[in-house]
Structures are given as structure tokens and as C-alpha cells.
Design a binder for this molecule. Structure first.
Ligand code: BG6
Length: 478
């Protein structure tokens, strides 16, 4: 960690490598609307929103209306000059009840139309199979807590690879496996709203890893030769900066990364096919003291470990912010993922806050986490799959420009000074959209969307012009 403190504050003038790819991201539930049109089945987010669980009791029933306005999306993508568009597919639009038997041609047609319109404008695709919107019918059968999810996900992945694989070269299985597990099945703040932070949270995560691995091998064994695409998973992680110089805090910060990024990343990228040792040790120890007969962290079989290990073609990184971490001995006896780690998380008051209360601006954090990944996972090819900040409702979004300029500059430093193998970058987000439980209150877009107008007009903010220029220059030439 200490060696990292060099050239933190210097701006680096230079270009990105020649074939570096620039993109922007969105996700199905956040932009599509058309929640029950043309045969789409309900997802867990439809149900959650209809129960009034989002800020202001809003829903994603219409949101940016991309189900009808996708041509407008393609137009603004082309205006931005991106090389690729990172979107997600709605599982229940393609398979209304989640299973292969419920195949919905109209849902498939919708995505074919988008893909073809993008390719006609020379924009390639990064497609996430799962960005949080599980078909409700599958949640009713246990969702990610059921071992059957691995088969359901494999069937869904097969259909997507068959239908779109000839044109999609970059695939992501899951977006933010941590958020799905912790917020969906741990504290219940996200759909499906399950509160089981000691046991269910680990079970859901376990099944996400198993599902990812299954889909990865499905692609590799049956589609790779024909289509030549790449498959990964998008994992979200902050940089974790030790609060003090003490050894305890350094270990605590590293443990925090292992418990979040390593929870999923270690099995896939870390070389053992298994959870990080430190995580296995801490959860087992806490479970024993709490009277459980075995660790609350499930175990992989030897066969599963072999399949997990190396189940990637690249690594997808979602990164937004930095945390300060300090050692803290949790004294409560409650079985809880957070308490399992013996850490406390704080914010440095020097890091500017933003409209999203969890997000503080600290550009060098992205370089540090990239280096951490290189050092721990053997320098895999990396795509930054999400990065961005929220601002107020304004077209003059200078704070967003500041954020992108300095974060992207730190990515350039990671490539040029630290030899991290970053291949592409997709910003969050193309346009303002439904920010999950925060409703329409947080605006992350390069394009402003007027949610009060039925036409949902998209208008470029200042940051859109900035990003367009950055892409055209491929970085920051002097
Ligand atoms: C990322 C998600 O974690 O954060 C995106 O992958 C999301 O889908 C973004 O929109 C912003 O988060 P939030 O919670 O402020 O909407």
C-alpha cells in the first residue's frame, strides 16, 4: 500500500492505447419501461416498485421509455461517438416466466432491433445477461436461494447466446454480484427484499458464482469457436484506504476488499476456484462462536473449484468511490455479513460528496484498485464496466466533468505507469434514468431526460460534449 502513494496528484498528459474502447452503460429496468408490453413477464423490480418501495413511490413502468425510443438512444450514442454500448437484457422480456418454455419472440425482436441499429452505426455491444431484474416467477420458486437457479440461468444464457451471439462479442453474466446478494438477499433494501444477512446472503452469492461459471463454460464449449466472443462478470468495488498507518488498519482494508471483490473475484480470478482464505476463516470463526454447526459460508466441491478457476476472458470492474477502513472488533453476536468482517467504514471529509449519498469523489482510488487487481489476479484484461457520479438536475454539470476528467486520467496512469491491462471503459450512464430505490432523484447521465414530458426528450449536458471530445482525442494529448 505504501508504495502506491507516488505521483498521486500529477495530471498525466497522453493518449490511451490505439485500440482502447470507449462506451457508456445503461440497464434494462432502469431505462426500458414497457414493463408489461408485448408479453413481457413481471420482474422482481416491477413487484418491488409496485409495492411503493422506491423513493417517491415511483416505478420503472415507463422511465426513459427506451422500449419505444431506442432509436433515439442509438442516435445519441452515435452523437457521443462511443465505440460500444453496454446494456443489459431483461430476462422476463425474453422468457416471461424465466424458463425456456415461455420464450417470447417479441422480446427477442426488441433486442435484435437495437443490436442491428447499433451495428449499422458501427457501435459494438457489451451485453449483461443480468442487471438485477429476475423474473418474479423464478423468485417465487426461491430465486437465487434455490440451487435450481444455476439451470434456469444456463437455459436463459443459452437462448441469448443463440439469438444474439453472432453480433455480440462482449458478454457479462452478472452485474454487481455483491449488490444482488447483499442488498437483495441480505438487508432486503433491493428487490426481492429478503432480509437474511447471515445465511441467505452467502447462499445467494454462492449460486451467483455457480451460475456464472456454468454460463461461462456453456459459451466456451459451444459458442466460442463459432462467434469468438468473450465472457466475464462485472464486480463492484471501492478502493479501501486504511484509516491509519497501523498494521491492523492495513489488514482491515485488505480484508474489506477480499470480503467484497474477493467474495466473487477470488473463485474466478484468484487462482484457487474458492473463496479468499481470510473470508473463510472469519466467517467460520464467527459462525462457531454463534453456535452454528458449520460455517455460514457455503463450500464449493473440488469439481466446482476447478470450474470456477479461470472462468473469465476479461474482468469487468464497476468502480465509483473510495472508503476509509479501520479495524473494529465486532462484539455483537448477530450473524451478519457486515459484522463478519471486523471492520468499520468511514469517509474522508476531503472527498467531495455528491447527490448519491454513498459516493465520494476520490479519483486516485480507481488507479489503486486497478493495481490491486493486477497484483492479486495476475493482470487480467480489464474493462471498466461502470464509473460515474450523480449531479443535480442541470445541463451545466461541471462537477461531472471534473469527475470524469480526473478518474479517467487515473485509469490512463494505471495503464501507462503501472502496466495494468485496461482495454476499455464504459461510463455510467448514457442518460438520466431510474436509480433503483433512489428513484429519479439521482441523475447520472451525459444526457438529461425530462421525466415530466411524455416524449422523454434527451438533451446533452456539458459533460456529453466533454466525453465526446475525450473519445475523439483518445485521451489527453497535450
Ligand atoms: C451501480 C449500478 O452500482 O450504481 C447501477 O450498477 C446504478 O445500476 C449505479 O445505477 C448508481 O447507483 P444508485 O444506487 O445511486 O442508483
Amino acid at each position: 500500500y505504501r508504495a502506491y502513494a507516488q505521483d498521486r496528484d500529477e495530471f498525466y498528459y497522453g493518449k490511451f492505447p490505439d485500440h482502447f474502447e470507449w462506451g457508456v452503460a445503461t440497464s434494462a429496468y432502469q431505462i426500458e419501461g414497457g414493463w408489461n408490453e408485448d408479453g413481457k413477464g413481471p420482474s422482481i423490480w416491477d413487484k418491488f416498485a409496485h409495492k411503493g418501495r422506491l423513493l417517491g413511490k415511483v416505478t420503472g413502468d415507463v422511465t426513459c421509455d427506451s422500449y419505444h425510443l431506442y432509436e433515439e438512444d442509438v442516435r445519441i450514442l452515435s452523437e457521443l461517438g462511443v465505440n460500444f454500448y453496454h446494456l443489459s437484457l431483461s430476462w422476463s422480456r425474453i422468457l416471461p416466466d424465466g424458463t425456456a418454455g415461455s420464450y417470447n419472440q417479441k422480446g427477442v425482436d426488441y433486442y435484435n432491433n437495437i443490436i442491428n441499429a447499433l451495428l449499422a452505426r458501427n457501435i459494438t455491444l457489451m451485453v449483461a445477461l443480468y442487471h438485477w431484474d429476475l423474473p418474479q416467477a423464478l423468485e417465487d420458486k426461491g430465486g437465487f436461494r434455490s440451487d435450481l437457479i444455476v439451470d434456469w440461468f444456463e437455459d436463459y444464457a443459452r437462448i441469448c447466446f443463440e439469438q444474439f451471439g453472432d453480433r455480440v462479442k462482449l458478454w457479462l453474466t452478472f452485474n454487481e454480484a455483491y449488490v444482488i446478494s447483499f442488498f437483495g438477499y441480505g438487508v432486503g433494501e433491493h428487490a426481492p427484499g429478503v432480509r437474511d444477512p447471515g445465511v441467505g446472503v452467502y447462499k445467494a452469492a454462492h449460486n451467483i458464482i455457480r451460475s456464472h461459471t456454468r454460463a461461462y463454460h456453456l459459451y466456451t464449449n459451444h459458442f466460442k469457436e463459432k462467434y469468438g466472443g468473450s465472457v466475464s462478470i462485472a464486480l463492484d468495488i471501492e478502493w479501501k484506504e486504511p484509516l491509519t498507518d497501523s498494521e491492523e488498519d492495513y489488514l482491515a482494508a485488505d480484508r474489506a476488499i477480499q470480503f467484497k471483490l474477493g467474495w466473487f473475484g477470488n473463485a474466478i480470478f484468484g487462482g484457487s476456484g474458492d473463496y479468499p482464505e481470510v473470508m473463510k476463516h472469519y466467517v467460520a470463526e464467527k459462525s462457531r462462536r454463534q453456535g452454528f454447526s458449520s460455517s455460514r459460508l457455503p463450500e464449493f466441491t473440488e469439481e466446482e473449484k476447478k470450474l470456477n478457476n479461470g472462468a473469465f476472458d476479461y474482468l469487468g470492474l464497476n468502480h465509483y468511490t473510495t472508503h476509509l477502513v479501520t479495524q473494529s472488533n465486532t462484539t455483537t453476536m448477530r450473524p451478519h455479513y457486515e459484522d463478519d468482517q471486523d471492520i468499520e467504514i468511514l469517509n474522508d471529509p476531503c472527498w467531495a460528496p455528491c447527490k448519491a449519498d454513498w459516493l465520494r469523489v476520490n479519483p486516485w482510488g480507481i488507479r489503486y484498485i486497478l493495481r490491486w487487481i493486477k497484483e492479486h489476479y495476475g493482470n487480467p484484461p480489464i474493462y471498466i464496466t461502470e464509473n460515474g457520479r450523480a449531479t443535480d438536475d442541470s445541463l451545466e454539470d461541471w462537477d461531472r466533468i471534473y469527475y470524469y476528467k480526473y478518474y479517467i486520467n487515473e485509469v490512463l496512469k494505471a495503464i501507462r505507469l503501472d502496466n495494468v491491462d485496461v482495454r476499455g471503459y464504459s461510463a455510467w450512464s448514457l442518460m438520466d434514468n431510474l436509480e433503483w430505490t433512489n428513484g429519479f432523484d439521482e441523475r447520472f447521465g451525459f444526457y438529461h431526460v425530462d421525466f415530466t414530458s411524455s416524449k422523454r426528450p434527451r438533451r446533452p449536458k456539458q459533460s456529453a460534449y466533454f466525453y465526446r471530445e475525450l473519445i475523439a482525442n483518445n485521451g489527453f494529448p497535450r
